[in-house]
Design a protein. Structure first.
Length: 96
């Protein structure tokens, strides 16, 4: 897996897995910004499923503009997400 860096734009995978996931529905498919890395932790989805040796992945604090999530708000919302929930995203012309 690719480790992301602070400031990097990422998209949360728009999946609807069977069973437990720590990726909230309200951020799935949305683009955010990596704020910082929280270390490496066992993947909560696999722990909840009883996997004997769950994967250990980096966990990132990702910031989302509230207006992008809910259509209103001038603040940011931060969510801690495992690396496998995230994918790289292309920069927009405005971000270059």
């Amino acid at each position: 897996m690719t480790e992301f860096r602070a400031g990097e734009r990422v998209r949360v995978r728009a999946t609807d897995p069977v069973g437990h996931t720590r990726a909230p529905r309200y951020v799935r498919g949305h683009t955010g910004r990596i704020v910082e890395t929280q270390g490496r932790w066992e993947l909560a989805d696999e722990v909840a499923a009883g996997v004997a040796a769950p994967r250990v992945e980096p966990v990132y604090t990702v910031a989302f503009a509230a207006r992008d999530l809910w259509g209103t708000g001038a603040h940011e919302v931060t969510v801690d997400l495992w690396e496998s929930y995230l994918e790289k995203t292309e920069r927009t012309r405005d971000e270059r």
